[in-house]
Ligand binder design. Sequence first.
Ligand code: IFM
Length: 396
Amino acid sequence: MPSYKFPSDFLWGTATSAHQIEGGNKNSDWWQWEQNKSFFQKYPLEASGIACDSYHRYEEDFDLCKKLNNNAVRISIEWARIEPVEGRFDHSELEHYKKVLHSAKKRGLKTFVTLHHFTNPMWFVKKGGWLSLRSSYRFARYSAKCARELGELIDFFITINEPQVYIMQSYLNKMWPPNKANPLSGLLVQINLMSAHQAAYTAIKKILPKAQVGLSQNIEWFETKDGDFIDKLVVKILYFLCTDFLLKPLVKSLDFIGLNYYFTSRIKYFRSSNPNNWVSDLDWWIYPEGLKQVLINLKRYRLPIYITENGLADSEDKNRKKFIKEMLTACSEAIEQGSPLKGYFHWTLIDNFEWHQGFWPRFGLVEVDREDNLKRKPRKSFYYYSKVCKENRIWS
Ligand code: IFM
């Protein structure tokens, strides 16, 4: 049976984020928004509540990573817990994250740690959030504290997760807190997030000169099949806005690129016209070729690439094995064409709180039974991914 062997130092893991799994993230803007839902509001469909209780069950979760034969893990730490009041750091929460990271390290997992994954402390929001000119300074101060207190347990820092998704959902289409629809604000937030990344990069490097620091960007592939000249131009502009507009100015403050891949848009007559021949439970088109194209396109940055998220909502686990196999085949083809891809993190380990959608989209390799004390139940695809990680290869 032909197979592809990944490079021997390839990193295999899963990715999660604090608010989506920990539970009880009370000092954050998301928690506040979830509690204050009015009768006329559709979203969020549910509140995060206890989520998966991973704040207490992280050992159990890391045991699952071990069973997956992973050699790395991506988690996030929660700013609202670590700095619940401006400038006052909560040492018991820092101790908590030390234990969490130790527990990952004890299991031989390299740690990728995201410092900002969509949620903000309430005090930060009250002071203008990401619209404030002081926002990058505030974020850098928190990042420096994390580097000082937790740095020796962190192998890779991811400053900010998916800045453009955050801007889109929070400042352009009113979906997430602070529920704004204002393109000028969106642009200002983009500028502030970029300077926050740069300030955090500098602050972390001052404390830990050898640290690996990057960010995770959700990169959509755009293509046109039988489109005309205009469609070809539209595709180029959209890809530029989605990718290079953010990455190019940051390239000097990136040690690696974190790539989150979920979407391709096929453009015809200015509009997205995806065939949708294969979709997830959220009706997102599944198109592994798009991942390959993004990986090849990112070669020009000459930076190591880690796929820090890639996954699908699939409650019945009907498509996950095929999804993993085809996405990894796309990765192998991109590596063969010179892509500096160094690792893959499946989104996600356990079913979690999928933001405004609540808990119904099931992204986990492991089911979390919400009727049975949040019991973790590995799905069939879990064992497939476990074999891939163990053997460091895929079979066709
Ligand atoms: O759950 C999210 C994650 O927080 C960020 N990237 C996309 C995932 C699926 O929507």
